[in-house]
Design a binder for this molecule. Sequence first.
Ligand SMILES: [Fe+2]
Ligand SMILES: [Fe+2]
Length: 310
Amino acid sequence: MNAISNISDTDRYARCIQASKRVRWDIDQDIIRGRRFDTAHKFSPDGLSLADAFTTLSAGEKRFVSQIQGRTYANIFGLVERFINAKVLELSEDHWFGDQVALEALVRFSDEELKHQALFRRIDKMVGDVLPDGYRFDVDPNAVAHAVLGKSTWAVLALTLDIELFTQLHYRESIDPDAELSELFKDVFLYHWKEESQHAILDELEWVRHDAGLTAEQRDRAVDEFIELVAAVDGILQAQAKADARYFAAKCGRAVDEAEARAIEAAFLKAYRWQYIHSGAQHRHFGKVLSSLISENQGQRIQAALATLR
Ligand SMILES: [Fe+2]
Ligand SMILES: [Fe+2]
């Protein structure tokens, strides 16, 4: 990088710090504010939970599905933010004796992700207080983080930018003027996005910086590792779609035959793939940054892999 782009990068890190200070929020004072969840409300908006895909369900049953998905949302984010934070701390070492502005931006990023994990643990518990017993989320965030961090930094940053960009879409969906959508859950989407916006900028800065130090062969291998990571995320989503469909069938208050159970599981998986894979992969800015770093052939490999997850 030349001197001019170095100056502008420092400026971008500095702007992230300013924005981070400006939007900073507190879990209790700003988000929860003494409120509880109410099962009269949906927790996840229709555009994320893909309510229309659950064709055999009544309106009330779709609401229950949105509540299950809201709880899973909290758990999935709690999970991915474990490895994101570990990677951010690892990357910060590159700046220890260098750009102290970049270092401060990453330290704030890490601090925010720790707070977000605490928020999502609270939300999981608060949803658990109002929904029937029997919900399961059996994936261990530490085991996933170890597996993810075994891949190259390039691949992890690609996945991280993808994830942090789609929180913007999740926020947009949640501002849908739907009177049935929980105000408390809307605030979770809103406040989380406020801090994630800075994270996505920092992911891009770190990804491009890291990419500049790779050989063509290292990058080519990293593209394959990114594809492997997306497949690993999909494995988690498949298991959770199965668990959530089983929980729904056990607690919805009526008999669900085998064919319908399969259709419900498929609809959960479709919604989760949309939320956690395709909404980020199709994000215009993600596509722009990714294609600036890779060849056409590498792009085709990624698209071919994503097309199998439909
Ligand atoms: Fe977060
Ligand atoms: Fe984040």
